[in-house]
Design a protein around this ligand. Sequence first.
Ligand code: UDX
Length: 434
Amino acid sequence: MKIGVIGTGYVGMVTAVGLADLGHQVIGTDKVTEKIEKASRGEVPIYEPGLEELLNKNLKNGNLTFDPDLEKTIRASDVLFVCVNTPQRKDGSADMTFVEGVSRCIAENLNGYKLIVEKSTVPVRTSFWIKRTISLYKKGDSSFDVASNPEFLREGSALSDFLNPERIVIGAESEKAKNWLIKIYEKYKDKIHMTNIDTSELIKHASNSFLAMKISFINLISDLCEKTDADVELVAQGMGLDSRIGKQFLRAGLGYGGSCFPKDVRALVKIGEDLGLDMSLVKAVDQINKKRIQKFINLIKKALWILTNKRLAVLGLAFKPRTDDIRNAPSIDIIRKLMEEEAYLSLYDPEAAENVKKLFPEDPPNIHYAKSAYQALEKANAALFITEWEEFEKLDLKKVKKLMDKPIVVDGRNIFEPDKMKELGFEYYCIGRK
Ligand code: UDX
């Protein structure tokens, strides 16, 4: 079986490399020729641990090739994984233009039976539309199947998520489609959760929205903790001990960002509302998340009163650690608001600074990019922690205190222990604990 992977963004690239590493013959294609050229040379445009090494391994052993020609890739493949992006439209729904375009191209190049697998996050019922589009536009009498195989990879651990999956969700109709997908994922046979296509599509949106709901829930509880003597970290631990609730995704802080949760939550609201359902539960998840930024600004103001001309070390710009991705990163809105207040910002992130620089170019003294966390902290009136990079957990706090103008720390991710910070002489502000 030859597998074509259409779209070599985050999901597509990991899928192409992962499938090749499982021993399949894979061709990756993308309409951005530059991406294909880079990938062919073994270069990955994103920071993702292990991806470049595995890409090079599979380029060398011949399992993986790249081709900018979509039509050629379609004709040369038996299975097509559709990994194009589904951006958010103004009304919250997912924009399916790229999926439609690819479906038409597949129809026009259907030179034999093909299995089309949706990997992109798509609203429930998308496969119906892909099927209809291909049927409408195909020329010959070749048959095809459409299946759903949503991706659950997390940025920063995408490759290990692909290679050590907790589950492989497959939505398929025909026996042939089911068998082909079982064969592709033979190594993980016992992890396969086989459903019909609508169910598989919904599992993805429901999973992401549920995880986002856990985060908004704990953030709401953290507000409650701040009004009382409760400690949100201990509340989360206590809740997590109940295996029905689970420990994960109960970290209070600045809320969720990234390319999936914000978009998927809004898409689920739209899908439900279009079907006449009351989606207020899911809507509240989004509303609570949006309020996290202003809450953090208020916390900074509680510490500093006036922000104008204050020197602030902004530590952590990526939407989460171990990635250079800044899509929907809380840092972006926070920087914008701090600039409105005319504060002087010294920014640092181990991986994402270059991406942020494109939005906020170096402009001293208003915006300065530091080479290290320590450099950002020099003479700072306060340190703002926005992403919980491990590097920050390991900072020499005595050194930090000496470097700063005033030992004020506003920690949006509860990286440090309040008692220890106070003992070291810091004025320490954090989320949902004292
Ligand atoms: C997510 C899903 O986990 C993944 O299965 C899906 O395929 C894509 O979306 P990702 O966006 O890479 O992955 O990040 P994830 O690690 O899930 O974190 C999402 C956001 O939630 C981050 O902004 C993170 O900082 C935040 N978060 C996570 C919290 O605020 N608290 C938590 O307890 C956990």
